[in-house]
Design a protein around this ligand. Structure first.
Ligand SMILES: [Zn+2]
Length: 399
């Protein structure tokens, strides 16, 4: 007997919302049918009706689960350069503490209706949790090293970690950390490797104003913090006179899907430039982390106006209080209520699933998919807005 669930609205995402829509699912959560009951809600045996809207399981396109033990460790609003300099020291901890925090974070994401995650990793700590989780993880092995002499060693160690993820059956690819943290040589090695495959890549982008300053005239806070790192020779760095993204975007293979993360200081010209460099570009917004670190939000309505494909990330618990995609959407709606709710829900599901190459199974309510079903309750139905009281409950898990 298939399970039949309904609510005030069903948001299939790949098609228009259905008032009082009904989703039929089998025991594995695979969608058998989506029914528009028309104007009259008929009595249907065994129908579960919920107050709120039904949406597919969320896709979190940016997390660092291995930093979960750093929750609450850093002061807010200190800016990215300070944050980065704190992380590298603080992340070293007892292995049991790290593993426990990863497991807890994985469960938190499941309970918040997240079914897939694009997760940045520098270590093997997340192997076990990812292997045994209900969440489908794609790991972005982070490539970073500013010294050209260290480029080959850094590349080999990243490739080695990527292979280890693949060897235990986990999906993984290489991802440059940020425009400023790879030497040209390392970018070249990354590019040569990545253009051989069709894997999705990712990079932090324009998270702080000083990132552009560094590339334009070799000054600013990011420049100072790299220059002052012990054992790092940054004398080879030549400013390009262009913004950070423009300076490095040619170092990516055009055909691979690319997620650019944060974009807090990206302007219209950056968006136009990026569209010329990537054929399949996805922007990731992590508004709660942006407020935590820089106390500034990206110009998200501009991306909507320019019809960009956007997705949602939580970033890590080092820079966020929760790992909840819905909480990120609530923050966006609190600041930009003009953005339509159906568009935000698409960013949180189908766009993310597409970016992580999981949209054959997840991201929308379509027959044959197994996307998970979330109930969002406490919505302002008059304005079609998510409000601070909006809550998510998992009705159907992915098995
Ligand atoms: Zn990040």
């Amino acid at each position: 007997m298939p399970r039949k669930i309904s609510a005030h609205y069903v948001f299939p995402i790949s098609s228009a919302p259905i008032k009082n829509g009904i989703i039929e699912l089998d025991d594995n959560g695979t969608i058998l049918n989506i029914i528009d009951p028309g104007k009259e809600l008929k009595e249907i045996a065994g129908l579960e009706f919920y107050s709120g809207i039904l949406v597919p399981g969320f896709v979190n396109t940016h997390c660092h689960i291995e930093l979960s033990h750093l929750k609450g460790r850093f002061a807010e609003h200190t800016g990215l350069p300070v944050f980065i300099s704190q992380i590298s020291k603080a992340r070293v901890a007892d292995e049991n503490i790290i593993l426990k925090a990863i497991k807890k974070a994985d469960l938190e994401m499941q309970n918040n209706g997240i079914v897939a995650v694009g997760d940045i990793s520098n270590t093997e700590y997340s192997f076990f949790a990812k292997k045994h989780s209900k969440i489908k993880y794609h790991t972005f092995v982070e490539v970073l090293s500013v010294s050209p002499e260290n480029a080959m060693a850094a590349f080999k160690s990243c490739k080695n970690l990527e292979n280890k993820f693949s060897d235990i059956g986990l999906s993984a690819s290489l991802a440059p950390h940020a425009p400023y943290s790879l030497s040209k040589k390392l970018f070249r090695l990354f590019n040569e490797e990545t253009k051989k495959n069709k894997k999705t890549v990712s990079m932090h982008n324009q998270e702080t104003a000083s990132e552009n300053e560094l590339f334009i005239n070799k000054s600013g806070d990011i420049f100072d913090s790299i220059k002052n790192m012990i054992g790092v020779d940054f004398s080879h760095f030549k400013p390009t006179g262009q913004n950070s993204l423009e300076s490095v975007s040619h170092s990516f293979p055009k055909e691979n899907k690319c997620l650019l993360v944060h974009n807090t200081f990206s302007k219209e010209n950056d968006i136009v430039t990026a569209n010329g460099c990537f054929n399949k570009l996805y922007w990731v917004f992590c508004p709660n982390a942006n407020l935590y670190i820089e106390n500034k939000l990206p110009d998200i309505p501009l991306f909507y106006k320019l019809k960009q494909k956007c997705t949602i990330g939580t970033d890590s618990l080092a820079s966020n209080h929760k790992l909840s995609v819905l909480d990120e959407l609530k923050t966006i709606h609190a600041h930009f209520p003009e953005l339509p709710m159906w568009e935000l829900l698409k960013w949180a599901s189908l766009n993310g699933a597409e970016a992580l190459q999981l949209s054959d199974k997840m991201g929308s309510f379509e027959i044959g998919k197994q996307p998970g079903v979330n109930l969002i309750s406490n919505i302002d139905f008059n304005k079609m807005l998510l409000i601070p009281e909006s809550k998510v409950k998992v009705l159907v898990d992915r098995t």
